[in-house]
Design a protein around this ligand. Sequence first.
Ligand code: B16
Ligand code: MG
Length: 217
Amino acid sequence: MRKIKACIFDLDGVIVDTAKYHYLAWKRLAQELGFDFTEEQNEALKGVSRTKSLEILLQIGGINICDEEKEKLAEKKNNWYVEYIKNMVPSEILKGAKEFLYELRKNNIKIALGSASKNSMLILNKLELVDCFDAIIDGNKVKNAKPDPEVFLLGAKQLGIPNNECVVFEDSKAGIEAALCGGMLAVGIGDKRVLDKANLVISSLSEMSMDKLQLLK
Ligand code: B16
Ligand code: MG
């Protein structure tokens, strides 16, 4: 049986729910552009890069603009989003996340962040979680978005652990695909029907333990 030596965590939807702040900022942008953007439509943006999220939003609004304009809009959205997340507090950490991170640390399991967000440092600082991670890989360090495995491969490399001894925790379908494609085990957080390819699906990190981790296959 393989022994798990490292865990790599997605941020949004696994450690914290920043999706609600992304939604507020995208909705504000949509309204400024003259159309509505529902919470249901926001589902398609989870785990997706900022640029790709804007493409989806513009498609919903039937808006066609040049790349330069797109860049301006993405920046505008991000400025609003940063304003919202500046007020985040540690009590917003999702159920069981901090406890599981501590348990891993106690058991000498290496820990990395593998997130698409370019704002991950700001978020981890607000949540007072920076010291929990041995490596932080985010949207500033990778070229290819999930389902490409780049973010997780870089995490494993930085931790110095072989890919097949790493477990990825993800809430998005694309993230699960990325982990499996990188030769890692994947634990889905959310709906079993959506994350059906994962090796295990749980509803929050409070369901995880060292025993469950080592029994994964
Ligand atoms: P930013 P994750 C992702 O974070 C979010 O789920 C996604 O909605 C967002 O568009 C993406 O980060 C980029 O975020 O605009 O802050 O760079 O789930 O990969 O932790
Ligand atoms: Mg996520």
